[in-house]
Design a protein around this ligand. Sequence first.
Ligand SMILES: Cc1cc2nc3c(=O)[nH]c(=O)nc-3n(C[C@H](O)[C@H](O)[C@H](O)COP(=O)(O)OP(=O)(O)OC[C@H]3O[C@@H](n4cnc5c(N)ncnc54)[C@H](O)[C@@H]3O)c2cc1C
Length: 456
Amino acid sequence: MEKKNRIVMPAVPGKERKTNFRPFLPGYTETDVCAEASRCLNCRVPQCRQGCPVQNNIPEMMRLVREKDYAGAYEVLSQTTCMPDICGVICPHEKQCEGHCVRGRIDEPLAIGSVERFVGEWAQAHDLTPRKPGPSCGRSAACVGSGPASMACAEKLAEAGYAVTIYEAADYAGGVLTWGIPSYRLKTETVQAHLQRLQDLGVQLQLQTRIGRELSLEQLQKQYDAVFLGTGATVPRHMGIPGEDLAGIWLAQDFLSAVNLSGMDEQGRRSCPACGHHVMVVGGGNVAMDAARDAVRLAQVEDVTIVYRRTEKEMPAGQSELQHAQEEGVRFLTLHNPCAFHGENGQVTSAELCIMELGEPDSSGRRRPVDSGRAHEFLAVDTVILALGFDNDPALSRQNPALKADRWGALQVDEEGRTSLPDVYAGGDAVTGAATVVQAMRAGMRAAAAILKDRQ
Ligand SMILES: Cc1cc2nc3c(=O)[nH]c(=O)nc-3n(C[C@H](O)[C@H](O)[C@H](O)COP(=O)(O)OP(=O)(O)OC[C@H]3O[C@@H](n4cnc5c(N)ncnc54)[C@H](O)[C@@H]3O)c2cc1C
């Protein structure tokens, strides 16, 4: 078999792109996408499909792209996904479809995500995405939260003729897609187009309405035929170490929202006046990478260091996120872990770091970081961002004891998304804990299918 490496998408170089928040991976051209699709081996048992959480029919998409039948390729994708333009960009492809691609054993795996993105963006540009609600079926549904889980559920129900209202606690819609994932990774317009599409489908969007505060779940149950809970995992974890309450120490969610929701100027810059010059980010996941990459783009920031208690090998962040952060000048300090923050006049001035080493594997299969006992190090910082992960908010299950949740607050559902309450469904991070967009979308689509099935 002739070796043929994947078509590389030209990226804006790290030094240049770190001056702004504009997307730096432009997407494939038509020539590139056809050339890349022609690398598909059309395997008899397509492993890529097994690796995709929604089992997209990837070989058929590749075949149609090769024939330049992009509308046909979109049609194929639409059977399993309603967000190809989003998932094509931000799914951890190397762990999913591309990680299973047989071509990877010969030279390099197919760039499946980039082809999916092309098809999704082509469909959006050619107005192929559904924009009209189905004929009314006389039923109604409420979706709680407006992240990808609720967006997918609302879209499928509106297409089936349901009158759908989304209730969102924040004053903007989109969940993590809006406040968390920065615009240089996922175009703001892409998320906006999905939200606009929901409105075109007749979905009502009620912002600043927290269910459990402004309205109760019981009220929604009385008012609607079905309720979907897509409330995400929104409670940030803390370190529980001395000095954590000093000024200059941020939770990643607050920092990312402050930066990502600030307006972009003509040069593509955003601002965050409260951020200092010397930034430390604690954590090794996607959230830590996004926080560090946001910080490195702010005009006043001189240096950004990610501090992580294991080694790069154990980092949960995707390989490409790590590489992109390094290209942009983010420094990595692995096998270090803060044990205290110190300050002057209430403002953080340094982090005290334990030197770690790896012990036996823990329940996650990764080697557990343990304090080596060596002398602590000190890092001068004026800003610290804690990106330690999120837990579920137990508020709704506490208020409604018949709504079953596990001891971490994650809602319990059957395999189609039904909760323990009649006519109440749930999905996304609210059920799985912090996970991925594609899993949230799949859960929203699956719950919509169950809602329709239960009311036939
Ligand atoms: C910074 C960051 C980067 C990430 N990067 C990636 C990535 O690259 N790829 C990937 O696949 N995944 C990524 N993820 C994970 C992914 O974004 C989530 O798994 C996904 O958004 C979950 O979708 P969801 O709809 O379940 O919840 P969310 O997107 O969290 O949306 C939940 C919504 O519900 C609202 N809400 C909560 N409670 C209530 C209530 N009581 N009443 C009304 N509204 C309520 C919240 O305000 C929020 O808007 C990232 C996450 C973060 C934080």
